[in-house]
Each structure stands twice: as C-alpha cells, then as structure tokens.
Design a protein around this ligand. Sequence first.
Ligand SMILES: [Zn+2]
Ligand SMILES: [Zn+2]
Length: 253
Amino acid sequence: MKNIKTIFALSTVIAFGIFISCSSSSNPTPTTASGSVSITNVVQSKYKSAVTISTSGNSIVLKSNGTPDHVSPYWGVGNSLYEPPFTGQNLNPGIIGTQNYSMTIPTNPVEATTKEATALGPIGMALNGVAIYNDREGGNVPVDSNVLSSFDRAGAHPGPGNTYHYHCSGDFTGNDNANLIGFLRDGFPIYARKDNGGTYPADLDANGGHVGTTADFSTPIYHYHASNTAYLGSRFYILKSGSYHGTKGTFTF
Ligand SMILES: [Zn+2]
Ligand SMILES: [Zn+2]
C-alpha cells in the first residue's frame, strides 16, 4: 500500500513537471517568426570590409560607397574591373558611381503587423555594399525585357545618379546555391535560391520568405530567398518582390 502511494505521489510529481515544462514551452518566448534572433554577429562577420558597421542600442548602421567588388561592363573601359558586355547585353548609359549609403536595421528584426510594400530605390544592402532593388524600375513598372537586357552578369545595372544596384541574383552574390546575399531594410537576411542542404524551399510566403535555420543562423529565423523562377525566361532570377516581412529602417544616400 505504501509503495502504491509512493508511486502515485511520484507520478503526480512527474505529471506536474510535464505540465510545467509544457506550459513554459508555450509561453511567448519564441525563437522563430517573432524575431528573438539577433543578427548582429552575422552582420559583423559576413559583410565585407568595404562596408563599415556600427551598432547603437537596438540598431545596426551599415555604410558603404555602393560600388561592387567584382567585374562589370559598367565600370567603364580602362577600369581594372571592366569586362566587356556579354553577347546580347545592351548597356544602359549609366556607369558605376560612388555613393554615400547608410542603412539602419534592427539588431533583432521582428515581423510587422502590417506588411509594407517595397518601393523603388534601395530595399537592402548586399554583403559587398551594393544596393538591392526589387523587381521594379522607374515609373514603378515591373522590370521588362528591355531592362533585363541591360543587366550585367551580376543581375545589376546603374540607375539615375549612377547608383549601381542588384535586381537579380547573379554570378557574384548567389544564384543556384544557398549563399547569403545580404540583408533587407527590415533586418531580415536574404539568401540565394536554395536552402542550406541544397534543396529549393517549397514553403515560401507571398513575400518570398520563410522561417528556418541557415548556414549562418542555427536558431530558426525568417529569411528571404531569391525567386526560383527564371524571370521572363531569362537567365536572371529576381531577388525580391512584394512586401517587407518586418518594418523597414532608413536607407539614405
Ligand atoms: Zn534598376
Ligand atoms: Zn530558407
């Protein structure tokens, strides 16, 4: 009888313990979509030296001159990083110009209640300091075949003010792989077309992202992927369309 009582008492303790652990794991102390993941270490370790990084409170400030560290016809003949256009590429009149970029992002990005559409101009910064743009061009119209033909091997071209920018994945950032490309203005990272492990993500939301681990984040974090659809049948894949998942920070010139 005593043994039965002991067992009963013990099982009550165990059951209570399970109850406690269950209720604590359902507490709002999330590790995923709500954004308890700090990006600071990854930002500091993955951005190239051309990007100056400082932290202030809950913000990270990234400064760059916006020029790429790779070859492009848009450097202009005579530049050591000049390469001729590839067959079928129609250069626009711009060149690669030096900018004075400053992007401020949160150290712990969180999902926004209301998702804001991305707009023309810089929506993020690649690891080399080049601006990331969405799938639109001047007049806020989608990139068309004419614009596509102006892209270099990086999926980029200069815009007004000689602001060289990536619309697409390409030969130098990431493409058919799981490379980290950069961070958008809401602080969430953007990756190339594959997930870590070599598979194409099958559960992307309307904004091109999902929650999961990456080579850089062992704790699940929301991250964007480049589109896995060849844009207008071209060699290029749009980096980002639609809305921000989080709240965008500032990006000044
Ligand atoms: Zn453009
Ligand atoms: Zn992913």
